[in-house]
Design a protein around this ligand. Sequence first.
Ligand code: ATP
Length: 234
Amino acid sequence: MSALLELREVRAGYGGITALHGLSLSVAAGQVVALLGPNGAGKTTTLKVAAGVHPVEAGRLLMGGRDVTGANPRDLARAGVCLIPEGRGVFPNLSVRDNLLMMTFTGRSREEVEEVAFARFPILARRASQAAGTMSGGEQQMLALARGLATDPAVLLLDELSMGLAPLIVAELYEQVAEIARQGVAVLVVEQFAAAVLDIADHAAVLVRGRIERHGDPDEALRAELSDLYLGSA
Ligand code: ATP
């Protein structure tokens, strides 16, 4: 499978701190790749590099085989990269409908944006006039995903989708993420805790202190390694 998004030996950091030490990772269209690892491993930095909001110090960023290293976030967004940051990024005081309305900057009409959103997450139609901040965490995450889908992404970058949500809700959200991937989107998911995303991931990588320690099928061996890591014995 050819990669839609590829990071090739990327080094990135903050001043004197190196957060990523030559990280290589690729995601093909239709694939879900999970990037897992403890606090401070460099997961968010990886997503920021992929979205062009954090600079690459060495190495390459490629989209569809094209070198886009150094491209700005707007160009990458135009090329189809969509980052859904940790904490969801919805506007809490605006209604669901107005949160979606803002996405018409993409050129889609209000009807089109709502149709895509409500087809994927029917509950949002029932919540249309409710202030986003008064919805449950899971519903807010659905709204964040719906806003992302309005950009018609080729690459979807998800940061800690499960944060603060009950396991059942997380599993439901990941089912939708899997469905989005099945429609041809390349999905890169970052999570600290693994279980739910491993159920839908095609490939998983474990990041520790800016280096990929292991990658492969999200199988039992990888799950065991992750639990060792979180128990502190790795
Ligand atoms: P978390 O799950 O805690 O968000 P993470 O795996 O996403 O962790 P990053 O946020 O990418 O990790 O951080 C990687 C490293 O870079 C950490 O050592 C962190 O302290 C450092 N770092 C991140 N952001 C900054 C910043 N703005 N300034 C300085 N150092 C930073």
